[in-house]
Design a protein around this ligand. Structure first.
Ligand SMILES: Cc1cc2nc3c(=O)[nH]c(=O)nc-3n(C[C@H](O)[C@H](O)[C@H](O)COP(=O)(O)OP(=O)(O)OC[C@H]3O[C@@H](n4cnc5c(N)ncnc54)[C@H](O)[C@@H]3O)c2cc1C
Length: 211
């Protein structure tokens, strides 16, 4: 990287950061993208619901997006921002190596944080049977036994949705915390309710999901 001064610095190399980079650099802004691609939540995903791409893995898609942005002139630095200050109409961004970079604008494309169980196997099996989005991933579990962990409405409605895909749905929760109507719907459904239980560990095979 030759310069420490950019029109736009983008924090995040996931799809949001890459798309922002492509638009900004094509508008003739000088652009630096910060962040680590392997930390994008898409990195380990197996994607089959993107229009015009029948099947692709997240790592390939992200690498292609980076090449596309680089083709138009965007620069990348595989480091996280650790400090941001504003002075004299500039943003001063310090990265992990201690280097300081200046920009006129910052775009935050940092993704989202998902609630985790923080149990053994959860991280290792992400994208290999562990999911955080029923609407995105239910089709992977068609006709397979599925367990949903969670007490609140998102988990409960997710478990009900899964019944459209598979007969064997388990709901594991310390206590149902939903409206009476939703709790009743769960109790009267074929869902196997394991109330008063917590997930302690997730065991599974190390295979990418594919349908
Ligand atoms: C297992 C799994 C499967 C999925 N499957 C699909 C699918 O099939 N189809 C689909 O559409 N979506 C899928 N998703 C969702 C998809 O991954 C997200 O919607 C998408 O990645 C969000 O993009 P983003 O750019 O907002 O954030 P992310 O891709 O999460 O990127 C966030 C970026 O911010 C960076 N960052 C964080 N802190 C800093 C910092 N201090 N400085 C610089 N950079 C920082 C990270 O390094 C990362 O590059 C899946 C997600 C998971 C977990």
């Amino acid at each position: 990287m030759n310069s420490n001064v950019f029109d736009v610095i983008i924090l995040g190399t996931g799809p949001a950061g890459l798309q922002a980079a492509i638009h900004a650099v094509r508008s003739k802004a000088s652009v630096l993208v910060l962040g680590k691609q392997h930390k994008s939540s898409l990195y380990r995903a197996h994607i089959e619901n993107y229009c015009c791409l029948s099947k692709v893995d997240g790592e390939t898609l992200l690498q292609d997006g980076r090449k596309q942005a680089e083709h138009f002139g965007a620069k990348f630095l595989d480091e996280d921002a650790v400090e941001i200050k504003q002075a004299d109409s500039w943003f001063h961004i310090k990265v992990e190596s201690g280097k300081e970079i200046r920009s006129r604008a910052i775009i935050f494309a940092l993704g989202i944080f998902r609630n985790k169980l923080n149990v053994r196997g959860e991280k290792e099996l992400l994208g290999r049977g562990v999911s955080y989005c029923v609407d995105c991933d239910a089709n992977f579990y068609r006709d397979e036994p599925v367990a949903v962990a969670g007490s609140e409405s998102a988990a409960l409605t997710g478990a009900l949705t899964l019944l459209f895909y598979t007969k064997e749905v388990h709901l594991v929760c310390p206590k149902l915390e939903a409206t009476e109507a939703l709790a009743k719907q769960i109790r009267e459904s074929p869902i196997q309710l394991h109330e008063g239980r917590n997930v302690k560990q997730i065991l599974g095979e190390n295979e990418f999901l594919s349908r």
